[in-house]
Design a protein around this ligand. Structure first.
Ligand code: EPZ
Length: 429
């Protein structure tokens, strides 16, 4: 298995191109199942999870055409993915794909709405929490689906089609909101989603569905109104820039005392993180091309952070923020409210010299003078990248194993960082 080796201490300088959001691309690809005409997507990131979703859709009968590449220069042809679900030949999402990537459950709503039945493996727990799908299932039942859990699979049926309803989510769920948006787009009548997720990736799905002829109002708010239609039509959509990739590289600039422009990033999508970074002593501002980040006066201060649904501070930046706080002056209290087990990076950061104590959902980070390189590994995507950030700032060498986690969510990470002066390489084994 490949490893990443980092020699810390070089400030990052230059520019980094921000790609399309993984967490917008995945549900939007699933939306192709809703119609028999082509969905053309641009700015699709080249990531392992995107490949897994493409494999799943291909198994269901979707034909997939890829054009162009993403590359370091914006002169290159942007990557275009064309998905056409002319005939859906299978309605089962099997265990091997769902267990590899939980976002596979996003095919449930579209398959049920278009074909009247779907069998999707239950995802099971994952490294960051138990992550049930009860909210997806309860809400689909309110649209008239009959759902049974058998042999580790969700068996869903709607032989007479889905019917719109008012659904009040007891808890904000990105995935459940997305599954319901897709299902309700082909349901009879009106659906209202109350306490819906407001994440930019959900809004991007709404924009794409509306381009396909759906009728959805309230994008970006907690109340979404969908008037169902019989048929959707061909559309072209550009995937929104990845706010988590943006925040990650902003923190990489901050932890190395660097100076970076994040080209293609959207400041409005990272304002909660930008506010926290400003409090920590980082200068972060919008530029005509994206976002510019540098340390204001060389000193990084400890700040308290609590993760929340959008527009709050994202859970997907919590691990990176903890790495940033590890060598800061003073203490930082970091509270995780979304997932119950998202602190797996703590023991690894401590092996690099960080001083962190966890009490329930809160981690107390007492800043240390310096981090030291070590051999580390992590069990999920964001935890892995937090160790890369720590390695960039640490004295000496850090070797990170289980690099496949990074391949799921960061396109050309090693290339992007080394182009800005980081001493980082991938060791192929
Ligand atoms: C999405 O996961 C993202 N994944 C996650 O990104 C992200 O961390 C998460 O939203 C929160 O922002 C994709 O978009 C593909 P949720 P999702 O449903 O939709 C509980 C990354 O690193 N819940 O909003 O699965 C759940 O357990 C990843 O890129 C239920 O209880 O998250 C969690 O505590 C990891 N029942 C909370 O809600 C349900 O039926 C929020 O989960 C559904 C969720």
């Amino acid at each position: 298995m490949d490893k990443i080796r980092i020699r810390g201490g070089s400030p990052l300088r230059g520019e980094i191109e921000i790609g399309g959001a993984k967490n917008a691309a995945l549900p939007i690809m699933a939306a192709a199942l809703l119609m028999d005409q082509p969905l053309r997507l641009t700015n699709v990131p080249h990531l392992a999870d995107v490949t897994t979703m493409a494999d799943l859709l291909a198994q269901l009968g979707v034909s997939i055409r890829i054009e162009g590449t993403t590359g370091p220069s914006s002169n290159e042809t942007p990557r275009l993915l064309e998905l056409t679900a002319r005939d859906i030949t299978k309605t089962t999402a099997p265990y091997d794909l769902v267990s590899k990537m939980r976002a596979s459950v996003l095919v449930l709503g579209p398959l049920l709405a278009r074909c009247g039945s779907a069998q999707v493996s239950l995802p099971g727990g994952c490294a960051i929490g138990t992550r049930p799908v009860d909210l997806h299932l309860r809400a689909l039942t309110q649209l008239g689906a009959e759902i049974e859990l058998r042999d580790g699979y969700i068996h869903a049926k709607a032989p007479n089609g889905l019917v719109g309803a008012e659904i009040v989510f007891p808890k904000v769920s990105v995935g459940a909101t997305e599954n319901l948006l897709m299902a309700a787009s082909l349901a009879r009548g009106e659906t209202v989603l109350v306490n819906a997720a407001r994440e930019p990736e959900v809004t991007d799905l709404v924009v794409c569905l509306n381009a396909m002829g759906a009728c959805i109002e309230g994008a970006g708010t907690g109340r979404l109104r969908i008037v169902g239609t019989d048929r959707l039509h061909a559309a072209t959509h550009r995937i929104v820039p990845d706010r988590i990739e943006t925040g990650t590289y902003a923190m990489a600039a901050a932890i190395t005392d660097g100076d970076i422009e994040l080209v293609g990033a959207r400041y409005d999508l990272i304002s909660a993180a930008a506010e926290i970074l400003t409090q920590a002593g980082v200068t972060i501002r919008e530029t005509p091309r994206g976002v510019h980040v540098r340390r204001a006066n060389g000193v990084l201060a400890g700040v308290d952070v609590m993760t929340e649904p959008f527009p709050g501070f994202p859970t997907d930046l919590q691990a990176q923020m903890m790495a940033l706080m590890a060598p800061a002056q003073g203490a930082a209290m970091i509270t995780e409210t979304i997932f119950e087990n998202r602190f797996m990076h703590v023991p690894e950061l401590c092996r690099m010299g960080a001083n962190i104590n966890v009490h329930g959902a809160t981690a107390l980070v007492r800043g240390v003078a310096r981090l030291r390189g070590a051999e580390v590994m992590a069990t999920d995507l964001r935890a892995s990248v937090s160790l890369v950030l720590a390695g960039l700032a640490a004295e000496g060498e850090t070797t990170l194993s289980r690099v496949y986690h990074l391949d799921r969510g960061y396109e050309r990470l090693v290339e992007k960082l080394s182009a800005c002066g980081a001493s980082i390489e991938r060791i192929r084994e």
